[in-house]
Design a protein around this ligand. Sequence first.
Ligand code: PHE
Length: 377
Amino acid sequence: MKPFALFAVLSLVLAGAFFSCGGGSKYVTVGAVGPVTGPAATFGISTKNGDTLAVDEWNANGGVLGKQIKMVFADDKGDPAEGATVYTKLIQQNKVCAIVGTVMSNVSLAGAPICQAAKIPMVATASTNPKVTEVGDYIFRACFIDPFQGTVGADFAYNNLKARRAACIYDLGNDYTKGLAEFFKAQFTKLGGKIVADEGHDHGVTDFKAQLTRIVQAKPDIIYNPDYYNDVALIAKQARELGFKGPLMGGDGWDSPDLVKIGGSAVEGCYFTNHYSKDDTRPVVQDFIKKYQAKFNEVPDALAVLAYDAMNLTLNAIKTAGSTKGPAIRDALAASDFQAVTGEIKFDANRNPIKSAVIIEIKNGQQQFVTTIAPTP
Ligand code: PHE
């Protein structure tokens, strides 16, 4: 390690030890991160809302450890470099005792080593790539991971949609989309299906015609496109222009009100895997939707629910730890058995919760719940 890097890490560790947020201060200070601007801005807006609702509820009930909670929210802009900057700032300047977030796996992968080095627990809200929690024992998440999500997608494509020929298109510069495509392909092939086209594209491009032309020529039953909603909408439109009539399928990155706004009829009849459905009739879900709607005047998406869950889980761990010290919060998080809106959160050895997924169909421009798929025990 270069002397400067060593110094930076050491000062983070010392800052964490001496100024951890409880000691002497009036507040318990918690960090939160999400992409409020940039290519996936709806993710961040929902995330901030979910975080805020949770903190406001705790504060109305007396806060935690006898103090009010101060949430410092930072915008990672959906960018790993910006993510690294804001995680560092939250720890060094704001002296947060834990960080809730972020959403996109490649940004969480930039923040996680910073939290790990400083011994500040991090609970990613919605980052599903397995590598995120592998960074170390201070890194947790509130969502399932992509080996499960990709398997669920492939099972649904093969068993329910009766697809036998699948094509994949994904962003080569994004760990999340590349990883999820891999897990889908592995399961789809294992079931006896055939991957008839496998197309990566560069990050940030908007013309996918070359890849889609090859895909359409291969005559797939479905196109699996596990990307974020902006790219998905463009890819769906261009696939339709090239004559593809079957369904596209994807993962949680599709969950945005902007998917249909941009994609229009091109995403009609398409499917994606997700963490939650607004149509879930369980009282815990419907109560949450009511509270959220009353405050923000809209129906929460999965990002909002996961942020709410992750924030509640984190504050609950601070409470059970009886402390704002990183190692104590980490131990309490690891031992969690928490009833969240998206389901029970209990961590496996890699600090990943085992949770169900739902399948959503886009029908008449709306998200429609299709089915819930539980992990096989
Ligand atoms: N799972 C995505 C990722 O890891 C983020 C995401 C989660 C987006 C849920 C939308 C909904 O990058």
